[in-house]
Design a protein around this ligand. Structure first.
Ligand code: UD1
Length: 425
């Protein structure tokens, strides 16, 4: 993995275009399996997670190609119903192939994606939902970690999700699209990335009502058809760059930015002192003062404040003018950055139970040699480096490349002193 070197102290200024959304691209790429034809996905980010998902399509027998940022998938030749264990373990989102392959072939074999650094991340809600659609499940292998699902007919049913899980909602929809009858899914996730996969499927001929709400109804159709679909800009990438501007007292215009999807993040950034103006697909943000603290910031399912923006806000709170508290309600281990920020002089205490962090803002952080531990946490360390006095080296920057096409290119273009370097730096 490469490293990133940041020399802190620059105020970010200028214009920046936001890449296509990772979390929209991943389920839509899985969904292309349901269409026995051609899907053209425009504005698809060229990031590691997307490359992994595309490699799985190839394993399944699809033909894929790129025309700049348009991914072209021809699923007509897909025939494999088994996703190799190696591929699944590379990334959690590969579990979205569970519903997609099952929906198309009525059978799938796929390994458990396993835990990851931000938490246990089980898939019980996915499996419970899919089982309701007349699907038999068995667990194979010495540790029962291989899931085999099969059915002769996928039959619509009522499905209640225990929690509005993004992935479980997407998997239930993917399984139901080509079913017989109607599937009513209760307590669905309202995240824009669920809406996005619904929009792709509807454009390809699926019948889905209720996207963006807590209740989604899928009426099974016989087949999908060729489709061209443009993926939305990435709300978390836009939010990350807004956080970088807030932390460095910068002044930046984000182009192709999904303003409406960022309501809760924008509210929080305004509370810490930023001036923000949102017009169609453009966000203007500037901050003229040391960030203000926030009493309590809680992560919640959409439309609440996103867990994927929590680490970036923590980096800002490290240099805020007072004490802030973060309560992480979605994932159980999302404070991996704390020891890294402490190496930079941050003052953070974690409550014993682990989901509450109290951050005492310092005048400034100082540069240090630190490690990224996950995607958003890694991006948040870049923000800390931008605010710090001196040079920060972030090792294991490969985590960041999973979701940001080129964070160094983007931040350089708005005035940061940042570059990729070798791990020995
Ligand atoms: C998606 C996003 C991720 C984001 C998260 C929450 C993608 C590719 N990833 O992840 O960036 O942080 O939503 O907004 O879109 N859970 C269970 N059992 C399950 C499923 C989930 O207990 O079967 C738990 C999880 O451990 C977690 C919570 O539910 O604590 C939310 O997870 P979920 O909404 O499913 O997140 P993902 O879809 O994995």
């Amino acid at each position: 993995m490469s490293s990133i070197e940041v020399i802190g102290g620059e105020q970010l200024k200028g214009e920046l275009k936001i890449q296509g959304s990772k979390n929209a691209a991943l389920p839509v790429i899985a969904a292309t399996i349901l269409n026995k034809g051609i899907s053209r996905l425009k504005n698809c980010p060229k990031i590691l997670d997307v490359i992994h998902m595309v490699n799985i399509l190839e394993e399944l027998g699809c033909r894929t190609s790129w025309d700049q940022n348009t991914l072209i998938v021809d699923s007509s030749s897909a025939f494999v119903t088994h996703v190799s264990e190696d591929s699944v373990r590379k990334m959690r989102s590969s579990i979205l192939y569970l519903g997609a392959i099952l929906g198309r072939f009525h059978e799938v074999t796929i390994a458990y994606p396993g835990g990851c650094l931000i938490g246990k991340r089980p898939i019980d809600f996915h499996l419970n939902a899919i089982k309701k659609l007349n699907v038999t499940q068995e667990f194979l292998g010495p540790d029962k970690s291989i899931i085999h699902c099969y059915t002769n007919r996928i039959i619509g049913n009522d499905v209640f999700l225990e929690f509005p899980s993004v992935g479980a909602t997407q998997n239930a929809i993917l399984t139901a699209v080509l079913s017989e009858g109607v599937t009513r899914i209760f307590n669905t996730a309202r995240e824009p990335e669920v809406t996005e996969v619904c929009n792709y499927l509807i454009d390809a001929g699926a019948r889905i009502c209720g996207k963006g709400s807590s209740f989604i109804e899928v009426e099974g159709v016989k087949e999908l058809h060729d489709v061209e679909f443009t993926l939305s800009p990435d709300r978390i990438v836009a939010g990350t760059y807004m956080a970088a501007v807030a932390a460095t007292k910068g002044d930046v215009v984000l182009l192709n930015a999904p303003g409406r999807q960022l309501d809760s993040t924008i509210k929080v950034l305004k509370r810490i002192g930023c001036n923000i103006e949102v017009t169609q697909e453009v966000i203007k943000i500037n901050n003229k003062q040391r960030p203000l603290p926030i009493d309590i910031l809680k992560t919640q399912p959409y439309p609440g404040f996103p867990t994927d923006m929590q680490s970036q806000l923590m980096s800002i709170f490290c240099v805020a003018n007072g004490m802030s508290t973060i309560v992480e309600e979605i994932f159980e281990s999302r404070y991996q950055n704390v020891p890294e920020l402490e190496k930079m002089g941050a003052n953070i205490s974690l409550e014993e139970e682990g989901n509450k962090a109290i951050i005492n803002g310092m005048e400034a952080l100082h540069g240090a040699v630190i490690n990224a531990h996950d995607l958003r946490g890694g991006a948040a360390l870049v923000i800390a480096g931008l605010t710090a006095e001196g040079t920060t080296i972030i090792h294991d920057a490969g985590y960041i490349e999973r979701g940001y096409e080129n964070i160094c290119r983007d931040l350089t273009c708005i005035g940061a002193r940042i570059r990729y370097c070798s791990d020995n730096a």
